[in-house]
Design a protein around this ligand. Sequence first.
Ligand SMILES: Nc1ncnc2c1ncn2[C@@H]1O[C@H](COP(=O)(O)OP(=O)(O)O)[C@@H](O)[C@H]1O
Ligand SMILES: [Mg+2]
Length: 232
Amino acid sequence: MLKIEHLSVNYGGIEAVRDISFEVPDGSIVTLIGANGAGKSTTLRSIAGLLKPREGSIQYNGEELIGKPTNEIVKRGITLVPEGRRVFPDMTVLENLKIGAYLRSDDLSEDIRWVYDLFPRLEERSWQAAGTLSGGEQQMLAVGRALMGKPKIIMMDEPSLGLAPLIVKGIFDIIKEINRQGVTVLLIEQNANMALHTADIAYVLETGRITMTGPGRELLRDDRIKKAYLGK
Ligand SMILES: Nc1ncnc2c1ncn2[C@@H]1O[C@H](COP(=O)(O)OP(=O)(O)O)[C@@H](O)[C@H]1O
Ligand SMILES: [Mg+2]
């Protein structure tokens, strides 16, 4: 289990995340929802070792992760799919997938098969330059590349951003399928509706603080959430 306690993160004088605590149990889908600027990406980037928190702890199975470099965190099975699906545009789909396994030297064919079974669209486009894929396909590739590292926890930074509703539904179906196959998911989203429908546990982040928590489906029925995040 991943356990975040009293985490605070600053950018110079700006407090982006203030004293937040939350847990990601093994096998679950946990979501942090919140408006633009709430501190969602800062939280994920801190867990991934890309930012150094000012205070608090990030423990995975009892081991402190703060201070460890990103590659050590990846080695422990925690991978980030960053915002904006940064694929390598001039490389093929298959080359992009192979890069996701950069810390491993064993045979990759089984994992490529796994990713292609999850995303048949990627197999069809195996030799296509990643930069020529649609937005939804690039998001599939970004997720597929993260899966090539065989993560225990996959963290996703707004996978639905800028995608059409039907494509978003497909991405969330895949998130559930990946989770069903045993990968723990930590998902951050502005798309509260989809995220709450998908998550076992949800936390609401507002200007750097956690203000509400509960099962996703319970928060969907909450009047404050409806008003602030679901436009109802
Ligand atoms: N590199 C940075 N330098 C300074 N401030 C930043 C930087 N990145 C984010 N911030 C600020 O930190 C706050 C949280 O940002 P972020 O974590 O990106 O929010 P979210 O992902 O929820 O939209 C915002 O006020 C944002 O302007
Ligand atoms: Mg963000």
